[in-house]
Design a protein around this ligand. Sequence first.
Ligand code: ATP
Ligand code: LTN
Length: 325
Amino acid sequence: MRILSGIQPTGELHIGNYLGAIKQWLELQKNHECVFPIVDLHAITVPYNPKDLQKNIIETAISYLALGLDPEKSIIFVQSKIKEHTELSWLLNTITPLSELERMTQYKEKSRQFKKNLNAGLLNYPILMAADILLYQTDLVPVGKDQEQHLELTRVIAKKFNNRFGKTFKDPKALIPKEGAKIMALNNPKKKMSKSLGPQAYLSLFADPKEIQKKIMSAVTDPGKTIKYDPKKKPGISNLLIIFSLFSSKSIKELEKKFKNKGYAEFKKELVNLLILKLEPFRRKKKGLESREVYVREILFQNTKKAQVLASSTMEEVRKNMGLI
Ligand code: ATP
Ligand code: LTN
């Protein structure tokens, strides 16, 4: 099976990105052909600074390697290096209903957030994402819950194309984890943890012990004292319970029992210790790679060549089927 998933180089990767997506990637790369573009063309649909973008692209590549993505097994590259992504995106534009794009939740949210910079790219964002996926004849797309709607739209686009021009694309499916598909922000457990919500909202996967302590101890919790999983009434502590459970491989039930007569502070202290232990290897590995940018760029370069072969092959078929010379 072919697996594909992307992350925008918009800042530091956080535990939400890991639990929702990257943890699955690490499992999948053991037995499947995986393609992991760093989707820089998606990142420019919101206001950004070109210098920061360049830095973030390399940072994301370094982070991928530090987290354990293996460039011998998985194809890690920068989306904009393969022109076929934009080419296919344009072609898919011509068959995508405007009404589908306008009802996308991410578009509605981001267009509210960036009222002053409402560009067409933000609306067409899911078409570029569909192009990423369909270009590589993807079977499975491991993502967090927030991307489910975009995946459904990708399938609609693929079906429409295949009906109109003959079978060209595979029908890709979303792979969303049962637990951890939507980790909430530490400073506001009613919002999704996001890179773009600012550093108080997320815990970086490369945070040092001091930062882990500060962020977790000050994470917003709920009135009351009991450590109980109840996302509606106790969103703060429920979010921390999910994080604890997924990093410790203990069930939520087990944790509720363990912390039955204990308060939030004690629970948080144990979570801090757990996260220090689990995140330490990531931080160590990233530090080592930071001084090896030439090596990282070489990996991206070599992997781009592999991606290019796959992308060119699909595009040849697409052009032929659409009647382009
Ligand atoms: P941005 O703030 O720039 O939109 P983000 O932090 O929301 O960034 P993305 O680059 O949009 O991250 O997402 C990368 C991957 O991580 C996607 O598969 C997405 O579904 C997943 N993901 C993002 N945030 C979370 C979260 N809070 N919980 C679980 N999965 C998440
Ligand atoms: N829209 C996604 C990022 C993304 C993606 C993809 C995910 C772009 N192209 C292809 C999976 C497959 C997001 O997380 N915001």
